[in-house]
Design a binder for this molecule. Sequence first.
Ligand SMILES: O=C(O)[C@H](O)[C@H](O)COP(=O)(O)O
Ligand SMILES: [Mg+2]
Length: 299
Amino acid sequence: MSVRLTSAQDYASLLDRYDTWMFDCDGVLWHGDRLIDGVVEVLGMLRRKNKKILFVTNNATKSRKSYKGKFDQLGVEAHVDEIYGSAYAAAVYLSTVIKLPKEKKVYVIGQAGLEEELHEEGIAFLGGTDPADCTLAPFSLSDFTLDPDVAAVVCGLDTQINYTKLSKAFQYLTRNPECLFIATNEDSTYPSADGLLPGAGSISAPLRFALGKDPVCTGKPSRTMLDCINAKVHYNPERTIMVGDRLNTDILFGQGGGLATLLVLTGITSESDITGPNASPIVPDYVTNSLADICAVTE
Ligand SMILES: O=C(O)[C@H](O)[C@H](O)COP(=O)(O)O
Ligand SMILES: [Mg+2]
């Protein structure tokens, strides 16, 4: 049963209990490029209380560095080594877990952030933002030449998804049985500033259907994302809380890491998802309407 936080005392005791605060981004800090009210104040208070802050997002459209740019633009203090995204997790997975040989390449369905993280990890790639792949022209299989060095397909949120990208990825994944199928994350939807849009999970769905197999997911709730954080940051899981808006990514991620979990209702999850006859079996430790509620605590 979740504890529904309501009073200043509730929030004050949460602040006393946890030293490290991991924040999901979309639906917790912002909707698209629109900050959620109270976020700057709460993060400022946590920093004044010397809490360790980490940002853990499944949004693979930006690299850690370009996320720092977004934080700066929105006036939110953040440092690159506090930011962990699913693009970074996918690139680290390929470089340190798979140990992709230097001569091998990755076919990318995704945006610049994913390409930047692959480049940062020294991984060659094709596809992605290449204009030749970002086309609505009919795909001609007879004109397609498979690059024999492609050893993996990585699929993230891609607002320029098209039949050419899906067809090329399908060729790599069917003609070479060794080719890895990796998804940065499998969020079904994305809470933009103006409402819900299809998420990364809906971008890889056509490939899953066509191939009849699921990708390896490197974002939340997978352990890979936590392993990336654990490799860089020292924290006590027993005094760490994961704050998220999606039950099957953020809350499962926190639970998998032995962290406390706080669900906010400013993003994907609504009241009806956690109460009543159709309530999800995924039960967060705490629930509050918005991150801003923590402002109730007087310093
Ligand atoms: O890929 C997606 O669907 C979105 O990036 C999704 O919103 C994940 O972002 P997060 O909530 O983990 O910041
Ligand atoms: Mg979210």
